[in-house]
Design a protein around this ligand. Structure first.
Ligand code: SAM
Length: 217
């Protein structure tokens, strides 16, 4: 049963305070994090850990990202109401739910079938209209492109051109890019037909992106 108690809400408010103290400034991102029950997306046997500021193992050998990381990536993505957003790496579905609550039209791809199925079931139960697909998202989702925003929640060796080309002009892509052990958070802004601006925003560690433009594992 999906129950959101006063205790959960209190824990979320505490977490949001911590995120603020750690430098998250976007009020709308903090509001979304205060709104979405992270424990719904968390393994049932470890509910008491859902509001710790930590990444946590989920099915398929994957992880639900640390709340700070979700807030940081979402802030950098700068989502506006009505934005068409692609997420690569649905995982638990938590990040997709945050994007939806921010008013985005959300498309999300997951390569581990059990996670695709469980997140889709959860979206339905929560009444979140999120378009999800099972498969390799390392090449984006060409049939649904272009997107205002693209977010990768798995570590990519590079940003491939085909992905960047799925951005609208004026669009933003946020992705952890680097080695298997540590990545830099990269923001790519498409400022013209063939013009992109790239900036770097600190070090993070994610599970690897697999598939045709990912790591061979
Ligand atoms: N955003 C997720 C959440 O909110 O729970 C966390 C994602 S987890 C850190 C990274 C996810 O990316 C994993 O579920 C993994 O299976 C998925 N992934 C890895 N390579 C992928 C690919 N090529 N296409 C789609 N998903 C991929």
């Amino acid at each position: 049963m999906l129950e959101d108690s006063y205790k959960h809400k209190g824990q979320r408010n505490q977490l949001v305070k911590q995120l603020k103290a750690e430098g998250i400034k976007s009020e709308k991102v903090l509001k979304a994090m205060a709104h979405v029950p992270r424990h719904f997306f968390f393994p049932p046997d470890f509910q008491e850990k859902a509001y710790d500021n930590i990444a946590f193992p989920i099915d398929g050998g994957q992880t639900i990202s640390q709340p700070f990381t979700v807030a940081f990536q979402t802030q950098l993505l700068d989502v506006s109401k009505g934005d068409k957003v692609l997420e690569i790496g649905t995982g638990s579905g938590y990040q997709a739910a945050i994007l939806k609550v921010l008013g985005a039209e959300v498309y999300t791809i997951e390569t581990v079938r059990e996670l695709y199925t469980s997140s889709q079931d959860l979206f339905k139960k929560l009444g979140l209209e999120i378009f999800s697909q099972y498969g390799d998202g390392s090449n984006g989702w060409t049939e649904k492109a272009p997107f205002d925003k693209i977010i990768l929640t798995a570590a990519a060796p590079t940003i491939n051109n085909s992905l960047a080309e799925q951005l609208k002009i004026g669009g933003r892509l946020v992705a952890p890019v680097g080695s298997r052990d540590v990545q830099k958070m990269i923001l790519v802004q498409r400022i013209g037909e063939n013009e992109y601006e790239r900036s770097t925003h600190g070090n993070f560690t994610f599970v690897p992106l697999t598939g045709s433009h990912g790591w061979k594992i």
